[in-house]
Write a protein that binds this ligand. Structure first.
Ligand code: C2E
Ligand code: CA
Ligand code: CA
Length: 298
C-alpha cells in the first residue's frame, strides 16, 4: 500500500469521489488502479486532442439510416472514433465526456463536420446524388465558439448547400439551456439546416420542447427498444410516444434497432426511418466508399 502526504491524499480522495459520482453505481470508492487509469486516460485525451486531429487519429465512422417506405439508405450519421497509435480505438463514450468537461469538444465536432463536408463534396464532384449526413453537436459547442459561423465557414469552403448537413442535438442539452440554444438553432434553421433531436425518450424528454424549438426530425433513443420497456407490454411506451409525436410536424427515426421484431413494429407504426445494427453498424470511410459505389447512386 502506498503512503501519501496530506495534500496528495486529499487530491486522491477527491478524484475517487469524482470518479464514483461519474460512474453512478457505488456509494464508496477507494482510490485504486481503476481510478488512476481513468485519470491518466483523461489527462491523455485532454492533452492530445489537437495532435490527434492533426494526425488523423480522429475519424468519422458512418452509419446508414434506412427510409422505411423504400427500404433504402436515405442518410448517414457521422460518429467520431479516436484511433490512437498507442492506445487503439477509444470510444466516444470515453472521450466525449472528457472533452466536454475541458470544453474542447467543439474542436472535435468541427473536425467531424469537416470530414463529413469533404465526403459530400467528393460525391458531388463525381456527379453522384448524395444522401445527407447528420453530425452530433454538444451543448458545449454553443458556448465555447460561434458554432453557427464555424459550420457555415466549413459549408462554404466545401461549396455545399445547407440541406446536406443535419445537426443532431440531444434533448438533455436542449433542456439544460433552452433559451441560449434556441437562438442559435433558429439561425441554423433560417439558413436552411435541418435540426434533429437526439436521444428522445432517454429520460429527459418533455413534449414542451417540441413546441418551443424548431425540430425537423426526432430520434427515438435505443433504450426504448430494450428491456425492461419491452417486457412491460412489448411496445407500450414506444407506441404511446409515437401517438403523441404524430401530432407534431416531425419525422421519426428509430435508433439502435437490432432485430427484425423491432424493425417490423416500427415500420408498421409510422416510423419514417430506422438506424441500427440490424441493418448496418457504423463503418469506416473506406467501407463507406465501397457501399456507396455498390449502391450505384447516393
Ligand atoms: P448517439 O448520437 O446516440 O449515436 C448512436 C450510438 O448508438 C452510436 O454509438 C452507435 O454506434 C450506437 N448504435 C447504433 N446502432 C446501434 C444498435 O443497433 N445497437 C446498439 N447497441 N448501439 C447502436 P457511438 O458511436 O459509440 O457513440 C456514442 C455517443 O457518443 C453518441 O450517441 C453521441 O452522443 C456521442 N458522439 C459520437 N460521435 C460524436 C461526435 O462527433 N460529437 C459529439 N458531440 N458526440 C458524439
Ligand atoms: Ca446522434
Ligand atoms: Ca441517439
Amino acid at each position: 500500500q502506498e503512503l501519501y502526504d496530506g495534500a496528495e491524499a486529499l487530491d486522491k480522495a477527491r478524484w475517487a469521489l469524482t470518479y464514483m459520482e461519474r460512474q453512478g453505481t457505488e456509494f464508496i470508492q477507494v482510490y485504486n488502479r481503476e481510478v488512476e487509469t481513468f485519470y491518466q486516460t483523461r489527462e491523455y485525451i485532454r492533452s492530445h486532442l489537437k495532435e490527434a486531429i492533426r494526425n488523423g487519429w480522429i475519424q468519422a465512422y458512418l452509419q446508414p439510416q434506412i427510409r422505411n417506405i423504400t427500404g433504402e439508405i436515405c442518410s448517414f450519421e457521422a460518429l467520431a472514433r479516436w484511433i490512437d497509435p498507442e492506445r487503439g480505438i477509444i470510444s466516444p463514450g470515453e472521450f466525449i465526456p472528457i472533452l466536454e468537461e475541458s470544453r474542447q469538444i467543439y474542436l472535435l465536432d468541427l473536425e467531424i463536420v469537416r470530414q463529413a463536408a469533404a465526403l459530400l463534396r467528393k460525391g458531388l464532384d463525381k456527379g453522384r446524388e448524395i444522401p445527407g449526413i447528420s453530425v452530433n453537436l454538444s451543448r458545449i459547442d454553443f458556448q465555447a465558439c460561434d458554432i453557427f459561423e464555424e459550420i457555415e465557414a466549413i459549408r462554404k469552403e466545401y461549396r455545399l448547400g445547407p440541406e446536406h448537413l443535419y445537426l443532431e442535438i440531444t434533448e438533455s442539452a436542449l433542456a439544460a439551456h433552452p433559451v441560449q440554444m434556441k437562438a442559435v438553432l433558429n439561425r441554423f434553421r433560417a439558413a436552411g439546416y435541418e435540426i434533429w433531436l437526439d436521444d428522445f425518450g432517454s429520460g429527459y424528454s418533455s413534449m414542451s420542447v417540441l413546441a418551443r424549438v424548431p425540430i425537423d426530425i426526432i430520434k427515438l433513443d435505443r433504450s426504448l427498444f430494450q428491456n425492461p420497456y419491452r417486457d412491460i407490454d412489448n411496445f407500450l411506451i414506444v407506441d404511446g410516444l409515437l401517438d403523441i409525436l404524430h401530432h407534431f410536424p416531425v419525422q421519426i427515426v428509430a435508433e439502435g434497432v437490432e432485430d427484425e421484431t423491432v424493425a417490423e413494429h416500427m415500420r408498421q407504426h409510422g416510423c419514417d426511418m430506422i438506424q441500427g445494427f440490424y441493418y448496418y453498424r457504423p463503418m469506416p470511410m473506406d467501407e463507406f466508399q465501397r457501399l456507396i459505389a455498390e449502391q450505384g447512386e447516393c
